[in-house]
Ligand binder design. Structure first.
Ligand code: CTP
Length: 423
């Protein structure tokens, strides 16, 4: 997550959403961060400070005038924090931040921040919509020193719906990871494809493959944390969209091609890179039936229970004639070569069977044929559905072999190489 070893000053202000800050603290600790809890007096009306000290293992700072604290509390905390998070941030907190007040620990800490500050506002929708709050938000955005994340549409404490609900703890933690991450993809647009494609035969049946979409989703998630704007075009998968990533769901190879070309733009220059992790079906049924194809077995059931399909004349069995799908990556590689450009950086995958030498050889061939910058090669039986895999990064010049590692690590390796090529 890039949070390991980082210090987060977590300022909790007085909203009912303060209970969710407990979960933020827990997730940050789980990700390896040090969390320094700060609470306003009104936050303490909603959650006890023992909860935060228990979860973080740190003393809760709240009173700037605490005589037992040696030194300047706000400056020491600002010095220690890689990032300051205000979770939740009330309407009053936003107003005070916009004015540059410094009469409590949270506001004084924000004024002395040496790194990024992330606010997760939470309030009743009418408070959020109020022109005074909106003016404060505008002031904060214009000053450019505080990032606002949320509020989001949803149910608030009163049971009403509207924009005012605090963003979810998991999403806040991803934003914090991005805030302290390497930022080496900041300003870049990375397009990723993931998952299988399903090629419809009739309304209930399809041709597909076993891809889980895990690798592509991890590449997308990590690219976002490293600062990129990410578009993920995914075939049917059972995974949630990674936080911060714009996911477009498709079914077939041809739908995937349309969405990828839309994301890359007519001249392919709307993106800096394409990571083609999808397991695109090479073939589709020539005809997609609009009605469910009925099996002939129902009418020719053999009372003895024998395998009736052996007894049905082959002419009575349904036939699936196949048509070839477009090779999406090869088409994009060709278009880039035609334009004599080097952008977007193109990354292909090669999921193969066979021994190590054959796998690398196939990957080399695919890289050249599809005219891509590099190919991530791996073994089908070492990768499909697994959390770990062993890969080779195969480029024109080099073949780098890596040991078995977590797919999240592999995603970072791929992005490291991307960053290197983007310069
Ligand atoms: N790919 C694609 N369009 C296709 C097939 C594959 O864009 N119709 C992309 C994949 O997303 C992957 C790369 O091409 O990045 C290699 O895919 P793979 O299925 O391993 O190879 P194929 O080219 O389909 O060749 P084969 O199935 O014979 O191994």
């Amino acid at each position: 997550m890039h949070l390991s070893g980082k210090t987060v000053a977590l300022c909790v202000t007085g909203s009912i959403a303060a209970y969710k800050a407990v979960e933020v603290a827990r997730l940050l600790k789980k990700a390896g961060a040090r969390v320094l809890p700060v609470m306003t007096a009104s936050a303490a009306k909603f959650v006890g400070d023992v909860t935060f000290s228990g979860i973080t293992g740190e003393r809760v700072a709240s009173d700037m005038w605490d005589p037992s604290w040696k030194g300047e509390m706000h400056i020491e905390l600002a010095q220690a924090a890689d990032v300051i998070a205000i979770v939740p941030a009330t309407a009053d907190t936003l107003a005070r931040l916009a004015q540059g007040r410094a009469d409590d620990l949270t506001t004084a800490l924000v004024l002395s921040a040496r790194g990024p500050v992330l606010c997760a506002p939470a309030m009743h929708p009418r408070m959020w919509e109020h022109p005074a709050t909106q003016a404060n938000v505008l002031t904060l955005l214009q000053q450019g020193r505080v990032e606002l994340f949320g509020p989001v549409m949803g149910e608030v404490a009163s049971g009403e719906r509207g924009v005012g609900r605090m963003a979810e703890p998991e999403d806040i933690v991803v934003r914090l990871a991005r805030a302290v991450g390497p930022g080496d993809l900041r300003g870049r647009h990375v397009v990723v494809s993931a998952g299988p494609t399903h090629e419809a035969w009739d309304p209930v049946r399809f041709l597909g493959n076993r891809s889980s979409g895990k690798m592509g989703h991890l590449v997308a998630a990590r690219a976002f944390i490293r600062g990129a704007k990410v578009t993920l075009v995914s075939g049917p998968v059972a995974l949630p969209a990674p936080s911060g990533v714009h996911r477009i769901s498709v079914e077939s190879a041809r739908e995937m091609q349309i969405e990828l070309l839309r994301a890359l733009g007519d001249d392919l220059l709307s993106a800096d890179a394409l990571v083609m992790a999808a397991a695109v079906a090479d073939y589709r049924p020539q005809i997609t039936h609009h009605e469910k194809i009925k099996t002939s077995r129902a009418t020719s059931l053999d009372p003895s229970g024998a395998n009736v399909s052996d007894t049905i004349p082959s002419t009575a069995l349904p036939m699936v004639l196949l048509a070839e799908n477009p090779d999406i990556l090869a088409g994009i590689g060709e278009a880039r070569a035609r334009g004599k450009g080097t952008r977007p950086v193109l990354v292909g995958f090669a999921l193969e069977t066979g021994n190590d030498e054959t796998i690398v050889e196939y990957a080399r061939k695919k890289r050249a044929e599809k005219r891509v910058d590099f190919v991530v090669a791996n073994h089908a039986n070492e990768s499909i559905g697994k959390d770990e895999t062993r890969v080779w990064l195969v480029s024109e010049e080099t073949v780098d072999a890596f040991p078995v590692m977590d797919k999240a690590r592999v995603a970072d390796l791929i992005l490291d190489e991307l960053v290197r090529r983007l310069g």
